[in-house]
Every structure is written in structure tokens, then in C-alpha cells.
Design a protein around this ligand. Sequence first.
Ligand SMILES: Cc1ncc(COP(=O)(O)O)c(C=O)c1O
Length: 377
Amino acid sequence: MTDLRPRPDLWSLDPEVLHLNHGSYGAVPRRTQELLARLRAETEANPMLWFRSVAERLTTSRQELAAFLGTDPAGFAFVPNASAGVTAALGAIPIPPGSRIVLTNHTYGAVLFAAERFARAHQAEVVVVDVPLEADDDTVVAAIQAELDERTAALIVDQISSATAMVFPIRRLVEACAGIPVIVDGAHAPALLDAPAEDGADFWTGNFHKWPAAPRPTAGLVVAEKWRAATLPLIVSWSEYDERLPERFDMQGTLDYAPWIAAPESLRVLAELDWPVRRTQLSALIDEGAQVLAKALGTDLPDVAHPAATMRLVELPFGGKASPEAGEAFKARVSRELKAEITLTGFDERVFVRLSAHAYNGLRDYELLAERLPTLL
Ligand SMILES: Cc1ncc(COP(=O)(O)O)c(C=O)c1O
């Protein structure tokens, strides 16, 4: 059995509920919540003083977040979320009429929509490459490379996919692109991969409000030097003509900047949890938890070649394609009747529970889900 002591004391999560989906919206440790509350109290004590102090505080926070990623702070900008990061990247690259934006069937739905919006605006097209769930790195690279040609405006690729919790070989894909701009959707990568932004992509975006447990919204956009001048924040504000990428993205009008300023506190909590060791323990835990659930459901675990460190898919015995509405209704029933928070994903006509493990989870959580979930099937 996995030797891991969960730390529910660090979190304010409802102890009556099984929290098995950190991957969607994360969870914020009490300590960060307290800092956030203090920062908001400070704002309301003197808004003028607060907004005068924001730029300097953002600089400090940015530097800490860039150091956590192991990336050059000069190329690291704040964005509210990975969706904004991908959108800003698409706005920076040339998309000539007739060109193609290439992505995969693992791409997050909202990111596909962003690619479609830019393709429509530029008379370009979106090409979806089929990558099998069980594909190894060679197969992934070969499938994507086969769709790249002189018409390709960009490749958008997940670093860790949402629906399939699979790690993609970014460095090899960047090499295969040989100069075609690569936009990496690393929404799940911070804290799950070491130095996730350092594989040589043109653009990388990732969420701190998922695995690093930072307050929502906090995300980063890392931009290769050649694109920094062309990359603009989605909101036009006073720093529009600032030549420095990070500063250009810092102040986007009157916003709540407290989450960005408080985010490093969550990194300190992870450090105190000895995160790399803890992550290894959580990988063993999620393997065990997924097996327990699959056994209870009577299904096989999919053979994902490189699963994400702390997420696993367990197939539901449904078969066929479930509608998004049916999926939402099922999750609501699980929440209401089983006191469990899970997410469902669909891929290739198969329906999966995507399980997460974070520092508040223990094996008992998965055992209880395994006892309860079959009662709803
Ligand atoms: C792979 C992937 N990309 C993008 C996103 C969007 O993240 P956000 O909602 O923070 O913009 C998610 C969110 O779960 C995701 O899993």
C-alpha cells in the first residue's frame, strides 16, 4: 500500500466530500487564502495606495513564478489562464490566408475554438491530427509530422492533455516542426513536470491555479525571444507600448491583481511538502486508486504510454459517446448522491473518469469512490 500521509489540515476542503478532481480547478491551501484575504483587506483600506503598489509586487511575484518554472523572467508574462495564453500566442503569429493551424484530437475544446476563431478571421483552416490514446512517442511524432508542410501556420499541442491525461513529447515535436511556430498548451504542466517551459517551443502557457494550487486565476505565458515584440495582452491598456514583454502583460486595467501577487505562497506550501517526493508518492497512489476503481467497475485501465504524474483515466462500462449534457447530469448525481467530485472525459467513443491525486488525498478516497460509484451505474 502506498505510504503517504495526506495533509487535509492544509486545505479548507469539505471533509464530507471525496475531492478527486484537482485537475479541473485546483484547490488553494489555507495559508494562501489567508494571504489573499489580507491583500484584499489592504486594497479596501486604501485602493489608491494598493494600486500604486501593484506593479512592484507583480514584478516580485513574476520572478518567483518564473524561477519555479526554471525559465527566463524576461520571457515570462502573467495571463489569467491558459485559454488567454493560447489566444495571445495565436494573435502573435502570422496566419496567411490558406494556411493551416494543426492540432490534435486531444486538444482542449476551448483551445480548438480559439484556433477556429483565428482560422476564420484569416481564411485559414484547422487540421485535427488523430493521435491514438495508446500511442508511444514515436507514433505521436510521426502522426503530427505527417500533417506539417509549408502551409502550416502553427502547431498547437498539449503538454499534458485534459481528456486523456497524457504527456506529449514536446522537445521532439519542436524539432519535428523545424521552424514552424509551436504553441504548447501546458495548462496542467506546472508542478507536474520539471522545467515545463524549456523545451524550445515558441510559446508555452500553463496554469498555476491547477497543480501548484495557486489562487484562481493565475497563469503564465512564456514567449521565445523572437516573438516577444509581437505578443500582446488581450486587453489593451496603458502598457500597450512597453517594449518589455512581462511589463506589457502586468497591468491590464483595473483588475483583481491579488491572486497573481499571492500565488508564490502556494509554491512555498508545495516546497514545504517536499513536492517532488510527494509527487512521486502521489503517482503511486493514483495508480493504486485507479486500479481499485477499475476493479469495482469491471473495466480495464487504458494503456496510456506516458500518463500524467497525478491523473489517471478509468473507463466507465458505458461504451458509445455520451453527450456533454448526460456527462454533466451524471457528475451532478455523483456529487449529490455519492458526495464525490469527479470529472468525466470522452475520447474515441469511450467514457472515462479522470481521477486526480493531490496532497490531501489518500487511498481511502479511491476505495470509497469504488464502493459508491457502481451503485449509480
Ligand atoms: C489542456 C488544457 N488546456 C487549457 C485549459 C484551460 O484552462 P483555463 O480554464 O485555466 O483557461 C485546460 C483546463 O482544464 C486544460 O486542461
